[in-house]
Write a protein that binds this ligand. Structure first.
Ligand code: FES
Length: 122
């Protein structure tokens, strides 16, 4: 991805996927897009997530957040499947995204080697 415009375009494309069902009952994916996240490559990771979801026609709610307080682990990506724990992945590279999307989002298999936090909240 080259620019903010590319990201905007990808997000617009992803909206079609997101709007088909209400946000309840859908997997949530949250990307840390604070300054440190962007510096660490969060834009590229976000683009890779949207592309992978599009490619596989997977529906998920994709949002971004600012500072999460774990700079050294950026880029950070949270995944929460309905009724399951929220998992935070750290130091995510675009090349890790297919594993997260097909492994965790699609099949519920947590990508253990990338996990930096788990939240009990459901
Ligand atoms: S400034 Fe990096 S996580 Fe807050």
């Amino acid at each position: 991805m080259k620019s903010r415009e590319d990201l905007k375009r990808l997000r617009e494309e992803a909206k079609g996927l997101v709007s088909a069902r209400g946000p309840e009952g859908m997997t949530k994916i949250i990307v840390g897009m604070g300054t440190c996240g962007i510096a660490a490559g969060a834009r590229e990771v976000m683009a890779a997530i949207l592309e992978e979801l599009n490619k596989r026609n997977i529906q998920a709610t994709v949002t971004q957040t600012g500072c999460i307080g774990m700079c050294e682990k950026e880029p950070l990506v949270d995944v929460q499947r309905p009724g399951e724990k929220r998992i935070t992945y750290g130091k995510v590279k675009p090349s890790d995204v297919p594993r997260i999307i097909t492994g965790h989002v699609l099949h519920g298999n947590i990508v253990e080697d990338l996990v930096v936090a788990r939240f009990e909240e459901i």
